[in-house]
Ligand binder design. Structure first.
Ligand code: PLP
Length: 238
């Protein structure tokens, strides 16, 4: 198990490097986030001991369950899943960044809680660039309004934009929803924003389109099929 995880990380790092070379980009400008949903703490620890420093979970419950086993590790923790407003208080115990801020009510709730704790938080605005009804994320047309709303509170620092691209077997079909995130950043006139996009299947086109954070699970930890249950938390299907 250990050898597999370590060689998988090396393979993913190699893919990132090759994609950067092809795009003429500096490999330092692309961070690897380990998407650790359903991954047990022992496996996460192997990846961290191999030198990784950034993880993302999709459920508050999973942060809670894994907290004790991983609390000695000096890592950065991001929330990357759909966040319900009633989980805001809890999630803030575990993370320094929420990548899935996608609606005004959630921004309001975060602000309220951050105010009362006297702290601030890094956030990414999640955008539904694939226009799939099943996906969370603010509509591309509504990004600017959401950003203005978030900025008006002063408790959240917008670090970037995040998307889950359209997955397809053909790279050329995946590219437009990734390119759109970069174009939205251009339209906003906010070149300082980072782009969080690219997963196991589409990290190459994501890097070609300017990704600064690729979020990888399957290519490192293997398949998430648990019996017959398929992880579809990022989709509105329940
Ligand atoms: C699961 C997940 C990933 C990683 O997907 P893989 O295909 O397993 O690499 C990335 N981002 C989000 C938001 C996820 O939920």
């Amino acid at each position: 198990m250990k050898a597999t995880i370590i060689s998988n990380i090396q393979a993913v790092r190699q893919r990132i490097k090759a994609a950067c070379n092809l795009a003429g980009r500096d490999v330092q400008d692309v961070q690897l986030l380990l998407a650790t949903k359903t991954v047990p703490p022992e496996k996460i620890r192997i990846a961290i001991e191999a030198g990784e420093t950034l993880i993302g979970e999709n459920k508050v419950q999973e942060f809670r369950d894994k907290q004790e086993a991983l609390q000695d590790l000096h890592i950065e923790r991001h929330f990357i899943g759909h966040l319900q407003t009633n989980k805001v208080k809890d999630v803030l115990k575990y993370v320094s960044c929420i990548q899935s801020l996608d609606r005004i009510v959630l921004a309001q709730e975060l602000d309220k809680r951050l105010q009362s704790e006297g702290r601030s938080l890094d956030v990414f605005i999640q955008v539904n660039t694939s226009y799939e009804e099943s996906k969370f994320g603010v509509a591309p047309e509504a990004v600017e309004t959401l950003i203005k709303n978030v900025q008006s509170y002063g408790t959240m620092h917008i670090k970037g934009l995040m998307t889950i691209g359209l997955l397809d077997v053909e790279v050329e079909k995946m590219r437009p929803s990734l390119r759109l995130l970069r174009e939205i950043r251009e339209r906003l006139g906010m070149p300082q924003l980072q782009l969080s996009m690219g997963m196991s299947q589409d990290l190459e086109p994501a890097i070609a389109e300017g990704s600064n954070i690729v979020r990888v699970g399957t290519s490192i930890f293997g398949n998430r099929f648990l019996g017959k249950e398929i992880w579809n938390e990022n989709e509105n299907i329940s």
